[in-house]
Design a protein around this ligand. Structure first.
Ligand SMILES: [Zn+2]
Length: 60
């Protein structure tokens, strides 16, 4: 198996499906985990703002 060439972490996605009707909070949490493990999706809009805030807190 090759490593480092794919940005999609399929195994992570299988283990962490997005809830069917996610609340804003659920989406934030999902994307926070997602960006740590996988780079297949960019975050935009309000969600990106919220995640930036939380990343700052996490990095302190
Ligand atoms: Zn992904």
């Amino acid at each position: 198996m090759k490593s480092g060439s794919s940005k999609l972490n399929a195994a992570w996605h299988i283990a962490h499906p997005m809830p069917k009707n996610p609340s804003f909070e659920q989406r934030v949490k999902w994307h926070l985990e997602h960006q740590k493990h996988c780079g297949c999706r960019k975050i935009s809009g309000k969600l990106a703002e919220e995640i930036k805030k939380r990343n700052k807190i996490l990095m302190l």
